[in-house]
Design a protein around this ligand. Structure first.
Ligand SMILES: Nc1nc2c(ncn2[C@@H]2O[C@H](COP(=O)(O)OP(=O)(O)OP(=O)(O)O)[C@@H](O)[C@H]2O)c(=O)[nH]1
Length: 214
């Protein structure tokens, strides 16, 4: 039997940014629709999966949630190279987390592939009273880096799904030709498998007839 395809393509995304900006909360909000206000720092890296449908293509995304703490940098850097998309996150209530983006971005430039797609996210947009980074500052920096920009809240869920989906769309666009080729050959494969199966059952029928004729 030809198995139904679970997904067409698999992409790896990675979340980077200072400790405490809300990377884990954003990811949990996106994949499990949950928000847990306690902060347990990620150790090394962790990941979650989600399947999206974009332009009729089933895109399975593997999202790596990295530890923001300095001491894990050697481990987390090893994952940059394997990512097709990067989500840079800062906390709008924490100016240093915004200033450190320059460091995160230059680390990525050193090791990530040139085709990597990036977006910038200012998280905790629900905390308007504690805001230290204006929306304008965020969007200007994104413009400088040539990235799209979102302000999100893992707490209220605002823009969470939009930002993850957008980076997946950008990756899909960047790899469109590869994906089309892949889907073409996958379709050919499935078609051939279906034909073979049909032919197999035809042959079996033919054999049955032959036996019956004797
Ligand atoms: N108000 C508000 N708080 C948030 C939001 N997202 C995360 N937080 C809080 O910020 C703290 C840190 O969140 P985490 O998701 O653990 O941060 P992280 O970036 O994964 O941190 P590391 O794993 O150490 O790199 C937690 O106490 C969360 O409750 C948000 O959108 N709004």
């Amino acid at each position: 039997m030809v198995m139904a395809k679970q997904y067409d393509v698999l992409f790896r995304l990675i979340m980077l940014g200072d400790s405490g900006v809300g990377k884990t909360c954003m990811l949990r909000r996106f994949t499990d629709s949950e928000f847990d206000p306690s902060h347990i720092s990620t150790i090394g890296v962790d990941f979650k999966m989600k399947t999206l449908e974009i332009d009729g293509i089933k895109v399975r995304i593997q999202i790596w949630d990295t530890a923001g703490q300095e001491r894990y940098q050697t481990i987390t850097k090893q994952y940059y190279r394997r990512a097709q998309g990067i989500i840079f996150v800062y906390d709008i209530t924490n100016m240093p987390s915004f200033q450190h983006l320059a460091k995160w971005a230059s680390d990525v430039d050193e090791s990530a592939p040139g085709t990597v797609q990036r977006i910038l996210v200012g998280n905790k947009s629900d905390e308007e009273l504690r805001r230290q980074v204006t929306k304008d500052q965020g969007s200007k920096l994104a413009e400088t880096y040539g990235m799209e920009f979102f302000e999100t809240s893992a707490s209220t869920s605002s823009n969470i799904s939009e930002s993850f989906t957008r980076v997946a769309e950008l990756v899909l666009q960047a790899h469109k030709r590869d994906v089309d080729n892949l889907l073409g050959s996958l379709d050919d494969y499935l078609e051939n498998a279906a034909l073979d199966e049909e032919k197999g059952s035809q042959d079996a029928n033919d054999n049955t007839q032959k036996t019956c004729a004797c």
